[in-house]
Design a protein around this ligand. Structure first.
Ligand code: FEO
Length: 402
């Protein structure tokens, strides 16, 4: 049975949600599932905007057949060639052999790589500023290279003020009938997943996201249609753009601290907990604390994008750094995180070097300020070290509460 929803009188939502796969890209945990969005414009010509993932393929075709209501499919606009959106392309062509594909020249090259067939005969390649009239509507194409693949385009439609954004403005999380951001409390129910999606999928590409934000700033946008998560409309769009402005310039969302620790027998965890208690006593609120062995690195990355200050605590391991801390630091470095203040706690029973290794990795990142006087625990936090821990907490609290 179809599950379509109307975006407006001419645009139909055809997407589907998957709650069975445990990981997105076989990498990021998705305990709330994920949606794969697709849209159909019904004008003098019919236009499908992207296909969907194989996992929702059956529903996607039921929705598409229903929405077309026996009309033919004239165009398929391919904003992005990652398989979670284009894997059904060949089946679309089999069912509607006359369909014209619309995509960037780079996407056309990727089609032959993914499908082993040259599709140039049935493809219209478009670039920045190109237009396509479908009758009452005109599609304006914008290029969005490296948000987050090189072939990505977006489409703006000025009559209904629609912006199709590919993965940008997407969110982890399955949809539950409500597909618009104004149909639920987005900040409460979705923002953590939106941030985690951004940090891990687009986080590395801040400069490219900035470029597309600049391009779309001139547009009158009423509805944002991404390839994952809810459809944004009306008053929800400005706060979304504000978040993207913060995230893409690597600015924290506000003054906040995350304490992330690796621990083997609980002693480093105890030092981290002592620091948390000292910070709380000094007035720091909303402290977020994570065990690196228990928390997926995608969540840690998202929290690192949210918070202004990081307290990192780790044991020395194999004469170097605990592997969970090392993996976390390499992840936030790969995502391009910048502009954070970091306090370090280390542990080592005979030769602690973890702080030096953490500082070395942080030193290769942009504008990361490592506070002086890291605390070195020898096996277990000693009473005599509380003053040193308190001094570090004083510095953090002054910045967080100031
Ligand atoms: Fe949702 Fe980059 O694919």
């Amino acid at each position: 049975m179809h599950t379509t929803r109307k975006i407006n009188d001419h645009l139909v939502y055809l997407g589907g949600s998957d709650r069975r796969q445990s990981r997105f890209e076989n990498l990021f945990p998705i305990p709330r599932g994920v949606s794969y969005n697709s849209y159909l414009l019904l004008d003098e010509k019919t236009v499908l905007f992207d296909t969907a993932d194989e996992s929702v393929g059956r529903l996607f075709f039921e929705n598409l057949e229903y929405a077309l209501n026996a009309r033919t499919l004239d165009y398929l606009v391919i904003h992005h060639m990652e398989p979670d959106h284009c894997v059904l392309l060949e089946e679309v062509r089999r069912r509607w052999p006359e369909v014209k594909l619309v995509c960037s020249a780079k996407a056309l090259g990727m089609m032959s790589q993914f499908f082993g067939a040259d599709m140039s005969d049935c493809t219209l390649t478009v670039g920045e500023g190109d237009k396509l009239s479908t009758g009452r509507h005109t599609l304006h194409f914008l290029t969005a290279p490296m948000v987050h693949w090189p072939e990505v385009i977006m489409t703006y439609e000025e009559v209904d003020k629609l912006l199709f954004t590919a993965d940008a403005f997407g969110t982890f999380g399955a949809l539950s009938g409500n597909i618009f951001t104004d149909e639920f409390d987005f900040d409460k129910a979705w923002m953590d997943d939106a941030r985690r999606y951004y940090a891990n999928v687009c986080g590395k590409y801040g400069a490219q996201v900035q470029a597309i934000l600049k391009k779309i700033s001139a547009l009158d946008i009423g509805t944002v249609c991404p390839l994952h998560g809810p459809v944004w409309r009306g008053g929800d769009i400005a706060p979304l753009l504000e978040k993207y402005q913060q995230w893409s310039t690597y600015q924290p969302e506000g003054k906040a601290v995350m304490i992330a620790y690796a621990t083997m027998y609980g002693n480093t965890e105890n030092a981290a907990a002592a620091m948390a208690g000292l910070l709380a006593e000094k007035g720091v609120r909303g402290i977020a604390m994570y065990d690196l062995s228990e928390t997926d690195v995608s969540e840690l990355a998202a929290e690192s994008f949210r918070c202004s200050h990081l307290v990192l605590a780790a044991p020395t391991y194999n004469g170097g750094l605990h592997p969970k801390m090392e993996a976390y630091l390499h992840d936030i470095k790969a995502l391009g995180l910048q502009n954070r203040t970091v306090a370090l706690l280390e542990n080592g029973t005979w030769a602690p070097v973890a702080a030096r290794h953490m500082a070395t990795i942080l030193g290769t990142m942009k504008n990361m300020t490592v506070l002086e006087n890291p605390v070195a625990v020898k096996s277990a936090l000693a009473e005599g070290q509380l003053a040193a821990l308190g001094a570090l907490a004083d510095t953090l609290a002054a910045q967080l509460c100031g």
